[in-house]
Design a protein around this ligand. Structure first.
Ligand SMILES: O=C(O)CCC(=O)C(=O)O
Length: 293
């Protein structure tokens, strides 16, 4: 984007992001990138049929491709690809240069760096769910000018397990994500009961939800016969420094995608328990330990 190009988000969208903690945008990527992305992900689902469990390796030795228990060649249940941009050109291209990046820079930039990238799938019949949580509880940083851009790879509908967000919760506390000494990465029912009603985010393929790192969110199973996939690009302000190891490490962590290296750190006050790195492929196993919520 050059200085003369119009900004991707209107003033109303920017205001909505800071007030509600999320905002939807259309046309977050080009049609070419969207089609390439759909093809890459479809090929990974096909490849997963050749594996009995999680497969591939990321830089910390954990599996790159995570599957839901019950996964089989006949009914593939690929649920997460960690750091897909390390093995897929179109993920890398979108991460570095797309309207989605410009929108992220408009919200938490102008100096913007990569935090992490992941792709979440809900295959038909797989019962993949994301329990309510705040991303920040997994990823302490010196300040919380951070967001996830959740790109809709497929049309997201009421029945295919849409992202659900609880507006305004990014302005409240970071809730406890440990239960009985176990990091479940989940906000428990007792805390959820005091929050508002979740709002589901629908949209056509190619649209995206830009979501603040502290917003409480989750999603239900896909009840349809077609996959629901989100490619999730997390960014932070360049002066927000990571305080413990990234739970989805990659060679691109800290890469400046917009603006400049300032060489500064900005710290804002908050208190929370540190998260715990997953020992298996992804946070789905951590969330499966929850006893309520
Ligand atoms: O895939 C989804 O529905 C939500 C993803 C999410 O919250 C996450 O991966 O942190």
């Amino acid at each position: 984007m050059s200085a003369s190009d119009p900004l991707p988000l209107t003033d109303e969208q920017v205001t909505a992001f800071w007030s509600d903690g999320y905002v939807m945008m259309d046309g977050a990527v080009s049609i070419t990138d969207l089609v390439d992305l759909q093809a890459s992900i479809a090929s990974w689902v096909e490849e997963s049929r050749n594996h009995d469990g999680p497969f591939g390796t990321t830089m910390d030795g954990r599996a790159r491709f995570d599957v839901q228990p019950g996964h089989s060649a006949e009914q593939p249940a690929l649920r997460r690809v960690a750091s897909p941009q390390e093995v897929c050109d179109v993920h890398l291209r979108i991460m570095r240069d797309s309207p989605l990046v410009d929108a992220a820079a408009q919200l938490v930039g102008p100096d913007l760096v990569v935090n992490n990238v992941k792709t979440n799938c809900k295959q038909p019949g797989s019962n993949t769910v994301v329990k309510f949580h705040q991303d920040f509880a997994y990823e302490a940083h010196s300040n919380d000018d951070m967001l996830a851009a959740l790109l809709f790879v497929d049309d997201v509908t009421p029945d295919n397990g849409p992202l659900e967000v609880i507006p305004g919760t990014h302005r409240g506390p970071v809730f406890e994500h440990w239960q009985d000494g176990v990091f479940t990465g989940t906000v428990v029912d007792e805390d959820l009961a005091h929050l508002g009603t979740p709002v589901a985010c629908y949209g056509t393929a190619g649209s995206a939800c830009l979501m603040h790192t502290r917003l409480v969110h989750g999603s239900a199973p896909n009840l349809t016969e077609v996959p629901r996939t989100l490619a999730i690009f997390s960014y932070r302000s360049e002066d927000s420094r990571i305080l413990h190891p990234n739970h989805i490490p990659s060679v691109n962590e800290g890469e400046v995608v917009r603006g400049v290296v300032t060489g500064r750190i900005r710290a804002t006050p908050y208190e929370m328990a540190l998260g715990e790195l997953p020992s298996t492929a992804s946070f789905f196993d951590q969330q499966a330990q929850v006893t309520s919520g």
